[in-house]
Design a protein around this ligand. Sequence first.
Ligand code: 3PG
Length: 211
Amino acid sequence: MEIYKKFEELRLVPVVVIENIDNAIPLAKTLLDVNLPIIEITFRTDVAARCISLIKKNFPEMVIGAGTVLKIEQVKAAMNAGSMFIVTPGFNPTIINYCVENRIPIIPGLNIPTFIEWGLEKGLTHFKFYPADISGGTKMLKILSGPYPKAKFMPTGGINNESLLKYLKLKNVFACGGSWIVKKELISTKNFDEIKHRVNKALSLIKSNLS
Ligand code: 3PG
């Protein structure tokens, strides 16, 4: 699917928690200003769907999706709001089946071989490796490339500037997700300059070491 190409191209996915809807537009603008036109808005707050819809309307060029999706109602709300992809923390068969049946791009979370096999059987190839850091990190991903050459991962959970490149250098990693560049507190205190600074730093690390 086209959407996965976007992830491969951009490599870094900011996972955000927006508590106040007024922060949605300035946050999206901040990310666009630093050339990171992608955002995963988590359903950890009640305003998630409204934030997706607002950003979609104002910045149609943004690659926008929903994270921490735990229920089918949230999938529906996210897609109605204009979400382009769904990310789940765990391997939830009910949500996965619904997305596969409705041709909704889904990146389900997992950290064990069993779920990779279940995912591959459903025709999925792109997974969120979560929580990456404490699930064996790059060592585990290298091992998983042996039996599952078709599986690609987006490690998320505990990633920072120190570990980012180690993950992105792996052939079976298509992008890295994380909140360290867009911490919840930075959004709620409207510290968009610091977000800009953090994204720039991560992007320049990628640019100078991986391209
Ligand atoms: C997620 O929902 O994907 C994680 O909370 C992001 O993990 P991080 O906060 O450790 O980056």
